[in-house]
Design a protein around this ligand. Structure first.
Ligand code: HEC
Length: 99
């Protein structure tokens, strides 16, 4: 998927009111799909992972990996991908959201 398709998808989701969080996670999913999943299909994220033991560890690893891969993501991109990965793979709650 190219960047325009990604942006179009994000803009489209933005038209649906009241789904800010779903939109955020969806953006995280798309970014992850494009930049991370090629490796992380085979290297599974696990809740009992050696590295990421809580939400903020996941965020630190997302930050580290987007640096490693030269993506130059914004804080908000990092937040979106952290939300997605933490929710979808680790089942870690986001601090303050309690689920
Ligand atoms: C070139 C392959 C590759 C790519 C691309 C990649 N990763 Fe990783 N990732 C790994 C490997 C290998 C590990 C485990 C060893 C390590 O941490 O160095 C890992 C570990 C991690 C962990 C910690 C796993 C744990 O044990 O809790 C997170 C979180 C993570 N990656 C997120 C990402 C994100 C987000 C992206 C996209 C920006 C990404 N990775 C892209 C290969 C990759």
């Amino acid at each position: 998927m190219d960047r325009r398709t990604l942006v179009a998808g994000v803009v489209l989701l933005g038209l649906v009111p009241g789904f800010a969080m779903a939109q955020d996670v969806e953006r995280g999913r798309l970014l992850h799909e494009n930049h991370c999943r090629m490796c992380h299909d085979s290297i599974a994220y696990k809740r009992d992972a050696k590295i990421a033991k809580n939400y903020s560890d996941v965020r630190a690893q997302v930050t580290r990996w987007q640096t490693n891969t030269g993506l130059g993501w914004s804080e908000s991109d990092i937040d979106s991908v952290t939300r997605y990965v933490a929710q979808r793979y680790y089942k870690y709650p986001r601090p303050g959201e309690g689920k």
